[in-house]
Design a protein. Structure first.
Length: 211
């Protein structure tokens, strides 16, 4: 393994950054055929501030159940989300050079698990997830929310601040990469942030991170 000159940390968004699917929550709705009728009205209520993030996610999973989905159904749909070659090469290159990589996402841990399986590497101190999940509780779907949208104590900005502090890595050797507005909240707490349009942009920023 080629090690970097200094210890380095990369905080990586998952959905829309390492995958072409920007929202796995919306993806499940679309696969169920209920985004326009059920998902969009719930999303509009959240955007309008009528419901908080926890309620937003709870209503989503309840809507999926009403459409006939169970845990196996949802996980099967999440398993369909692909990882382009650019994403696998990007993460592999970081790990090969000794970078610490933390995936910070409001998506689902199932997708992150699929990523490490594609990489052929287990989660470890060098590759860690800070991500939401979904499970069955008493036969009912339930979201496990570790990361929230927005600038809150569970938002990506707060997670970035904590992860950088706990890493004890010099701020100039810390990076964040993401495609959405919530990802930009991480940028203020790292040495350099990179906004991407998707996996196709990852090769362009790899050299800048490695420098």
């Amino acid at each position: 393994m080629i090690k970097p000159q200094f210890p380095s940390l990369v905080l990586l968004d998952l959905d829309g950054t390492l995958t072409p699917v920007r929202s796995p929550w919306r993806y499940v709705y679309e696969r169920l055929g209920t985004w326009d009728s059920q998902g969009l009205p719930i999303f509009a209520r959240y955007q309008a501030g009528e419901i908080d993030y926890t309620t937003f996610c709870r209503l989503d999973v309840e809507s999926w159940e009403k459409a006939g989905a169970n845990l196996g159904t949802v996980l099967g749909m999440l398993d369909e989300i692909p990882f382009p070659a650019e994403s696998l090469a990007f993460v592999h290159s970081l790990l090969e050079r000794g970078f610490l990589v933390t995936i910070v996402s409001t998506g689902f841990d199932r997708v992150a698990t699929n990523l490490v399986e594609r990489l052929g590497l287990p989660f470890s101190r060098r590759l860690r997830p800070v991500i939401n999940g979904i499970h069955s509780n008493g036969g009912r779907l339930e979201a496990v929310l570790r990361v929230h949208e927005g600038d809150t104590r569970r938002g990506k900005g707060s997670w970035a601040r904590r992860l950088v502090r706990f890493s004890s890595i010099a701020i100039e050797r810390t990076f964040a990469v993401g495609d959405g507005d919530s990802d930009t909240l991480m940028f203020a707490h790292v040495g350099r942030g990179f906004s991407v349009r998707g996996p196709q942009d990852l090769p362009k920023i790899l050299d800048q991170i490695m420098h």
